[in-house]
Write a protein that binds this ligand. Structure first.
Ligand SMILES: NC(=O)c1ccc[n+]([C@@H]2O[C@H](COP(=O)([O-])OP(=O)(O)OC[C@H]3O[C@@H](n4cnc5c(N)ncnc54)[C@H](OP(=O)(O)O)[C@@H]3O)[C@@H](O)[C@H]2O)c1
Length: 319
């Protein structure tokens, strides 16, 4: 089968299209014939081996040599004991902590997959799993009418979170670079901020701040919150993570605010409800561009260099 492989951490030039053996599903696994796989920030982090947590699977060399964790495709074979799927079923899922979606076939645990809603294309379905789970968990923290700020809102998770929050009656301020602000307004954001010009921690205050790309000090985050407000870090630098895990609770206790890390429970129960809302036309699947399998390096660069409005998808084969 064709697969895009890398053996060392580095830039997109490390990625190579190769012919490798098709995987065989083990017990409890499903072999998926991949039709589409979407790009996540975690692919960019896994390619570069940075931040440090991206090397948890392999300190010097990547453990999973094929990137791509959000997939959609058809069931091609079943391992022993699989009961929830049959050959030919259309499925989608987030296969983290392993990866392997930028390939014609991938063997994954049955528990990571769900049946694809028929109204969604494979490209649309592949765009949802990780981003929908993050968006769902983030928006669950906001009460209707609350002032919520989303930092890094123009990417995959943020562009879904903006829509879910607006639909819930939350007042949304969306932060990203200037090129994404019209897109965020079109998704329903009440206010937008260009992070390259303005520091949102000096605006507000907000009842809830969700940071997908955290890099500031806990004091700056505390400053951005209203009395009793809450800050959660979803992604960001290793340094910001350590600061949040060590000083976050202390600064929170001293200021009467809550600061912490949002650990997102992945899996079908976390993303399927959003997929059904997308299938019903209530929420838009924000796909920016689709690249063919041989252009995975370009797809990752397009996403990693910050040009994508929402999601980037890799079409592994025709729908
Ligand atoms: N906590 C958990 O359990 C969990 C689980 C899975 C994933 N994650 C993390 O969750 C995050 C998900 O992000 P995603 O997939 O939505 O990423 P994404 O699609 O790459 O979106 C990130 C957005 O942030 C923008 N951005 C970059 N630097 C910024 C800055 N300094 N200030 C404001 N915006 C900035 C980017 O735009 P530009 O670069 O163009 O400026 C981009 O629009 C990732 O960090 C991932 O590692 C967390």
């Amino acid at each position: 089968m064709r697969a895009v492989v890398y053996e060392r951490y580095g830039s997109p030039e490390r990625l190579e299209l190769r012919d490798i053996p098709r995987p065989v599903p083990g017990a409890g696994e499903v072999l998926v014939e991949v039709v589409a796989a979407s790009v996540n920030l975690s692919d960019w982090e896994g390619l570069h081996g940075s931040p440090a947590y991206a090397r948890l699977g392999g300190l010097f060399r990547p453990r999973w040599q094929i990137l791509g964790t959000d997939i959609a495709g058809r069931v091609a074979a079943l391992g022993d004991g699989v009961t929830g799927f049959g050959i030919g079923d259309e499925v989608f899922g987030d296969i983290m902590p392993r990866s392997g979606g930028f390939a014609e076939f991938v063997a994954v645990p049955e528990s990571t997959l769900a049946h694809k809603p028929a109204q969604l294309s494979f490209a649309e379905a592949s765009a949802l799993p990780q981003a929908a789970a993050i968006a769902t968990h983030a928006v669950a923290l906001a009460a209707p009418g609350a002032r919520m700020l989303l930092n890094g809102a123009g990417g995959g998770s943020g562009s879904l979170a903006v829509q879910l929050a607006v639909a819930k009656g939350v007042q949304v301020t969306a932060v990203d670079n200037a090129g994404k602000l019209d897109f965020l307004r079109a998704l329903g954001a009440d206010e937008v901020i260009d992070y390259r010009r303005d520091d949102f921690t000096r605006r507000g205050p907000y009842d809830l701040v969700v940071d997908l790309v955290a890099r500031r000090s806990v004091f700056a985050y505390a400053r951005s919150l209203a009395k009793g407000g809450r800050f959660v870090m979803v992604g960001g630098t290793g340094r910001a993570l350590i600061r949040m895990l060590t000083a976050g609770a202390v600064v929170g206790a001293l200021t009467g605010k809550r600061l912490g890390v949002l650990f997102v429970r992945q899996g079908p129960s976390a993303f399927v409800p959003v997929a059904h809302r997308c299938a019903a036309g209530e929420v838009r699947v924000p796909i920016d561009r689709v690249f063919p399998l041989e252009e995975v390096p370009e797809a990752l660069a397009w996403h990693g260099e910050g040009r994508a409005l929402g999601k980037v998808v890799v079409a592994v084969r025709d729908e």
